[in-house]
Design a binder for this molecule. Structure first.
Ligand SMILES: Cc1cc2nc3c(=O)[nH]c(=O)nc-3n(C[C@H](O)[C@H](O)[C@H](O)COP(=O)(O)O)c2cc1C
Length: 169
């Protein structure tokens, strides 16, 4: 299996629209020695407050939210094309009910204390900078509320500094 190498954010030349919106990613964090992960299809990469950042949104009922809230850091991992079934499973089952990581045959490894997965092809390491719950009164396009929040489970937005990017050679 090929090895991870570090690249600079400026060298990251894959479309985030494809990567996040079409191929999906895992958000993984550790709290009290336990790790949880979930599939995410919404989020982005950009620049904020003079820093390279990633942003993700997590609904209140996700078990992973407890882990992201309980840690200063988290990872985003991306997999190759034949991982859709695994990402579907990790995005429909809660870590409250099953040992999802074990069942997915994923191998946890660490970079600077941040858990990620050996089987990934890209990993972005993130340090939390900002968290804010989406509020219904903040929506200018109110249709989004009906469309995305019929049970009012508004996401929390996390903006995090990208501290490292690893890609497989
Ligand atoms: C393709 C896909 C994308 C998803 N994107 C998100 C997302 O961006 N934010 C979110 O809160 N949940 C998202 N989910 C749902 C969570 O992955 C799902 O509820 C998961 O089972 C939560 O697991 P947990 O309870 O172990 O955290 C997505 C699910 C799928 C299948």
């Amino acid at each position: 299996m090929s090895k991870f190498i570090e690249i600079k954010p400026e060298e990251f030349n894959v479309s985030p629209f494809q990567l996040i919106g079409k191929d999906y990613m895992l958000i993984t964090a550790e709290k009290d020695g336990k790790i949880n992960t979930m599939t995410a299809g919404w989020g982005g990469l950009g620049v904020m407050w003079h820093k390279n950042v990633a942003y993700v949104v997590i609904r209140p009922q996700r078990y992973t939210k407890e882990f992201v809230n309980g840690s200063n850091t988290f990872s985003l991992t991306f997999f190759n094309g034949n991982s859709k079934k695994m990402l579907g499973y990790l995005g429909t089952t809660s870590g409250r009910d099953e040992d999802k990581i074990k069942k997915s045959n994923l191998t946890i490894i660490y970079d600077n204390g941040i858990p990620y997965f050996k089987e990934a092809v890209r990993a972005i390491f993130c340090k939390k900078l900002f968290a804010q719950d989406y509020k219904p009164e903040s929506f200018i396009e109110e249709e989004i509320i009906d469309d995305c929040y019929p049970i009012s489970d508004f996401h929390t937005l996390y903006i995090a500094e990208i501290t490292k990017i690893l890609i497989k050679e």
